[in-house]
Design a protein around this ligand. Structure first.
Ligand SMILES: [Zn+2]
Length: 244
């Protein structure tokens, strides 16, 4: 019991470190984007812009490695069982990370962030015109899109920005209120977001990944900036205790 607690607290402090690194990378990306826009504005210094784009790609890879490592650490902590032999952590994490990479080779949030960078540069001289190569992209991404796929929890109806304990599916990336989705998963496996193809919701794969709070924070900032009207406030009180 004591060792389980120890594992869990070191896991969460490792994840915190990773999280600060990811936050750092995210803010660096914003700075790079601003610099690239300046270069582009300043008479098409396209070579410099290209180099910065290379930097963005590298940072995004580093950031997704951090995210995968955090997920692996959390998975380990959740399933930790005291054993007689010591765990080979490097091997274990490498294997977990390789597994996650195999299941989704390119992180969708990376595509979005890279796209945001390219779009910011493109808009300097071509605002309002479609970016070249748009029709070849598998996923259509718009500039307003953020990393949170659903703005309200499909089960509680609460805006994602107001969830007490948000969690996200590692598979379909939808976000839910933790206690509500945990209860839901006792009797159902299908993701409750309408039209979502994920039919195998697993409690160990519905977690508060380290990027989630950051993504929610970005959604909050974005909603404030654009005063988006698609964030619907829902004050319905859901009271599941009918009898006491
Ligand atoms: Zn889903």
């Amino acid at each position: 019991m004591a060792s389980t607690g120890k594992i869990q607290s070191s896991a969460s402090s490792l994840c915190d470190d990773n999280h600060s690194l990811i936050v750092e990378i995210r803010s660096t990306l914003n700075i790079i984007k601003d610099i690239a826009v300046d270069f582009e504005t300043d008479n098409n210094k396209s070579q410099q812009v290209k180099e910065l784009e290379g930097g963005v790609v590298e940072l995004l890879e580093a950031s997704s490695d951090c995210t995968l490592l955090s997920a692996a650490i959390q998975l380990y902590a959740t399933h930790y069982q005291p054993k007689t032999e010591p765990t080979d952590f490097n091997k274990w994490f490498d294997e977990e990370i390789a597994k996650s990479k195999a299941s989704s080779p390119s992180a969708p949030e990376n595509n979005r962030l890279l796209r945001q960078f390219r779009e910011a540069v493109w808009n300097v001289h071509h605002a309002g015109q479609p970016m070249p190569g748009d029709d070849q992209e598998d996923i259509v991404v718009t500039s307003t899109q953020c990393n949170i796929l659903n703005v309200t929890c499909p089960l509680s109806g609460k805006p994602v920005t107001e969830l007490a304990q948000p969690v996200r599916s590692m598979d379909c990336k939808h976000v839910y209120e933790k206690n509500v989705v945990m209860q839901y998963m006792r009797s159902a496996r299908k993701c409750p977001v309408a039209g979502c193809p994920n039919r195998n919701l697993l409690s160990e794969r519905v977690i508060q990944d380290q990027l989630l709070l950051l993504d929610i924070e970005e959604l909050r900032v974005m909603s404030k900036q654009t005063a988006r009207d698609d964030v619907i406030e829902d004050f319905t009180n859901i009271d599941d205790e009918e009898t006491s």
